[in-house]
Design a protein around this ligand. Sequence first.
Ligand code: MEV
Length: 322
Amino acid sequence: MKSAEVSTPGKLMLFGEHAVVYGRPCIVTAVDQRMNVIAEIRERNILQLIAPDVGLPNYLQDIDDLGKNPNIPKGARFVEIAVKNFFEKYAVKSGLKIETRSDFSSEFGFGSSSAVTVGVIKALSELFDLKLTEQKLFDLSYKTVLDIQGVGSGFDLAAAIWGETLWFVGGGKTIIPLDGGNLPIVVGYTGIKADTPTLVRKVEEENRKYPKTIEKIFEAITLITEEAKDILERRDWVKLGDLMNLNQGLLDSLGVNTKVLSSLIYAAREAGAFGAKLSGAGGGDCMIALVDNQTREAVERAIDKAGGKVLRIKTGAEGVRK
Ligand code: MEV
């Protein structure tokens, strides 16, 4: 039976999280930890999903009932809705076996849901010989994410599709590759899984209560992100570190920082990092610290000692590939 295999990178947010949900810019980088998706046409009118990483060794769903169960298990949701949306959009239908394997844990906040969504749609476009452009792949993936979680800027999908380090404006209005390369960063995982939609709604609530103030915070985050764009390309790590610290302060003021994130961030700064901030929605997941060859080891040790788990990754990774 015909099959297609693709892989998509995970991501790390560098600047501009939360503000990007309000149509503002962010800077995101793709990491060299990948999500692998193998899709195969099957005769039986069933979607079979094998996703042991998320506790689904053999999930089965009738093709005619895709998306009908309101309680699709969490690990199958993005795959099932991606297949449903693809079949509806391109008027095709078939039994399928889909297998997913990830290099990274879905707990890290590296964007496993967006990586799997892009992976499934790309694999299906190969199986059905539809040469989808990157923009079409983005649009259908973004629809899938919004169908499921209702909120999100789509930046993580852009990282999974285009890879590298990107300037991304909320909703995908502008997507430009930056000259980022492999950035000298250390990633510390808090051990706590954050729920992005909950945190986005928390900021939404603040915005409802204090619209003028929150607007000013988003404005300041935008200025930092704009400045970071040039400084990153110039590789001025001292200034980029300062901007990370400024961005962190504003994220704290939005209410998405935590004690655990703070302790890893301060540990990294005290060990000599140029700057450190949370990366992504906040509430847990990962923090990032900017280092050089002289400080990397000390910063890694400090994060470890403060209770974080150091994740070794490279940034600026390749986007979706066959
Ligand atoms: C989450 O990783 C980043 C947020 O800006 C949400 C989004 O952009 O979709 C908080």
